[in-house]
Design a binder for this molecule. Sequence first.
Ligand code: PLP
Length: 366
Amino acid sequence: MSDPTEYIDMPRDEIDTPVLLVDLAALEYNIAKLAEHFRQAGKNLRPHTKSHKTPAIAQLQLAAGAQGITCAKVGEAEAMADAGIQDILIANEVIGRRKIERLMALAARCDIMVAVDHPQNLADLDEAAKTYKVRPRVLVEVNIGHNRCGVPPAAVVELARAADKAENLRFCGIMGYEGHIVDLEDKTAREAGAHECIQRLVDARADIEGAGLECSICSASGTGDYYISTTFDGITEVQAGSYALMDAAYGKLDLGFKNALSVLTTVTSRPAPDQVITDAGLKSLTPEHGLPPVKDRPDLECHALSEEHGRLRSIGGPCTDLQPCDLLEFIPGHGCTTINLHDNLYAIRDGRLEAIWPIAGRGKVR
Ligand SMILES: Cc1ncc(COP(=O)(O)O)c(C=O)c1O
């Protein structure tokens, strides 16, 4: 729930803090830029929504031409289906009776697709689909180098055959995720890594087709290497997601997207001429990809976050212009986990609050 004293069109400077902001002009720029890339490349974009978790943003991505969306968890997919979104990939294995039942309930109300990498899970999905009288789509996940989930490339044909035979499932193809290279700052290493991993995935697709099976979807990649994947004939769609809002870690890669995400925070104390304390700490933003830079203030450095405090020091002399009550914006180091701490995203245009969007997928880790 948003604060009832916050109203649409109020000035950004009057919103109570700490609060998560989205700069609408930057968001729209990012969505349009990637949509245009995919239009020109003739490939499908299926944005991963695990980063923003916000149906209103997913709707903007779909309106700009995205094929469907990607989610990480059944709960995230439920939140997106509740908003009327139809074409959803859960790019993850769904394991265990309770989650599989929820997956089948989703299959009854939207066109769900799920990753599999184990014959027992495939059998469990097939049996549940029969009970629920649904026919969800499945993609076999291939380990293309990340060493997280996925069958080794040499085992992909066998599992694809089993998926194709499963009477209550629709085998649609394969996916892989090269998560170990997507955010490498070294562009040469990132692009070389992407080529190597994507080649493994398209080779797996060729093996499946060589075995006489249809493989209409071949899905991979993220924000740091989408433009490499779209050069491969064998790739049909890409799962990039962070591009919409960006964060400080991805910002270092110079990908041409604008930073659209920030945490608005109030200066609460000035304990020393070079010290500035604000009201946003670990409960408002996460530090695992680095402490947050302060927007438009290269003279300030965040050197620590405690639960409810951001601790800044000024670089090269005292900070003379900030008093308690003044506002600053942190750019989160990692958008995905920071957004997960907030109920709502406050959408700002030209310094005014245009909308308050519920982050409906927030906390949906099951
Ligand atoms: C399976 C999968 N696909 C795609 C992505 C895309 O992510 P991003 O756009 O953040 O690089 C992720 C991110 O973690 C992922 O786990």
